[in-house]
Design a protein around this ligand. Structure first.
Ligand code: FAD
Length: 303
C-alpha cells in the first residue's frame, strides 16, 4: 500500500511521488512513457494517474495505469471520480481497475465537466460525496484508498471547519491518506495539518501528502489556480510576473527557473516541518520535477 511504501527506505530526505494525466494522443503517450522511464530510475514511492470526464479518457486512465502496474517497477494509484457515474458504473470501473492489477485508488467526487466551479449534480443513481465513494470502493474488495484534501479549503466548503470535518469523515470512512491540492504558501498546509490533528488525532496521524506543482508557465499556473480555487500569494506572483517579463510572450526559461526555485524552497520548508513525502504534479514531464528533486539532495541518477 501507499502508506507502507512511505515508510520504506528511500533516497533523499523524504519519499516522493508523481502525478500523471492520461495522454490525449499517441505523441503525448510516447512523451508520458519517456517521463515514466526517467522517474522509474528515481524510485518514487508511487505514481498516480488522474481521471477525466469523458469515456475515452477514462478508458485511457485504466489502460495506462494497468500498464504501469504490469510493465514498470512503479506502484500506480488510479484516480476515480463520481462524475456522471451510476453506482453500477462505479462498481464496474473498480472491477476494471482490479482486472488490471490495480489495488490503490484515489477516491474523488470530481468537478462538473466544462465548468469546474459550476453547480455539481449527482448522477441520479450515483453518489453525492467522495466519502460515499470511499465506502463503495472499500466494500468491493481489498483496495487501498486515498482522498483529496484542501489546504485553503474546498471552494464549495462554507468555511474551513466544515472542510476539515468532511476530510475527517473521508478518512474515518476508510481512506488511508490524503493528497492535498497544490498550494503556494506552506502556511496553508501547516494550518490544515493543525486543524486535522485537533479535529481527530487518530485521523490526523494519517499521511497528509503535500501536492507540489513546479511552475513552468505563468499562464498555465494562473489557469490551474483559477479552476481549482487555490491562490497564489502576492510575493510568489510578483516573482513569477517579474520573470515572465513584459514582452508579448512570457519568458518561459525565466519563469521555469523561478518555478523550480519556488518548488525547491517550499519542499525544503515542508521537509523541515516533517511532511511524510512530497507529491509532484509532473504534467507528464520528468525534467522540472527531477531538477527540484536533485536540488533537494535526492540521488536522482541512481539506477
Ligand atoms: P468531496 O470530498 O466530496 O467534497 C466536495 C465538497 O462537498 C466539499 O466542499 C466538501 O466540504 C463537501 N462535502 C463533502 N461531504 C459532505 C457532506 N457529507 N455533507 C455536506 N458537504 C459535504 N478531479 C478529477 O476530475 N479527476 C482527478 O483525477 C482529480 N484528481 C485530484 C487529485 C487531487 C490530489 C486533488 C486535490 C483533486 C483532484 N481532483 C480531480 C479535483 C476534485 O475532484 C475536486 O476538487 C472536487 O471538487 C472535490 O473532490 P473531493 O473528492 O474533495 O470531494
Amino acid at each position: 500500500s501507499i502508506v507502507e511504501r512511505l515508510s520504506e527506505p528511500h533516497s533523499g530526505p523524504v519519499p516522493f511521488s508523481v502525478e500523471f494525466f492520461p495522454p490525449r494522443d499517441e505523441a503525448a503517450e510516447e512523451r508520458l512513457w519517456r517521463a515514466v522511464r526517467v522517474f522509474e530510475r528515481m524510485h518514487p514511492a508511487f505514481v498516480s494517474m488522474t481521471y477525466g470526464a469523458g469515456g475515452s479518457t477514462r478508458d485511457r486512465t485504466a489502460r495506462i495505469t494497468g500498464q504501469l502496474e504490469r510493465e514498470t517497477t512503479l506502484l500506480p494509484v488510479a484516480h476515480l471520480t463520481a462524475v456522471n457515474h451510476s453506482v453500477d458504473e462505479l462498481r464496474a470501473m473498480v472491477g476494471t481497475y482490479a482486472d488490471q492489477g490495480i489495488s490503490n485508488i484515489l477516491a474523488l467526487r470530481g468537478d462538473p465537466p466544462g465548468d469546474p466551479l459550476g453547480d455539481w449534480h449527482r448522477h441520479p443513481q450515483g453518489v453525492a460525496y467522495a466519502e460515499d465513494l470511499v465506502r463503495l470502493v472499500r466494500d468491493l474488495g481489498d483496495f487501498h484508498v486515498g482522498v483529496a484534501s484542501f489546504p485553503e479549503g474546498h471552494h464549495r466548503s462554507p468555511d474551513l471547519e466544515h472542510d476539515t470535518r468532511q476530510l475527517v469523515a473521508k478518512l474515518r470512512a476508510g481512506a488511508e491518506y490524503s493528497i492535498t491540492q497544490m498550494f503556494f504558501d506552506v502556511e496553508f498546509y501547516l494550518r490544515l495539518r493543525d486543524r486535522l490533528v485537533a479535529a481527530d488525532p487518530e485521523q490526523g496521524a494519517k499521511p497528509l501528502i503535500p501536492g507540489i506543482m513546479p511552475v513552468t508557465s505563468l499562464a498555465t499556473v494562473r489557469r490551474m489556480v483559477e479552476l481549482s480555487g487555490a491562490s497564489i500569494p502576492a510575493d510568489v506572483e510578483r516573482r513569477l510576473v517579474h520573470a515572465a517579463g513584459d514582452g508579448p510572450e512570457e519568458d518561459r526559461q525565466a519563469v521555469r527557473a523561478v518555478g523550480i526555485d519556488l518548488a525547491t524552497e517550499m519542499s525544503q520548508r515542508l521537509i523541515a516541518e516533517g511532511v511524510p513525502s512530497l507529491h509532484f504534479c509532473s504534467m507528464n514531464f520528468a525534467k522540472a520535477t527531477s531538477e527540484v528533486l536533485e536540488r533537494l539532495g535526492m540521488d536522482v541518477l541512481v539506477a
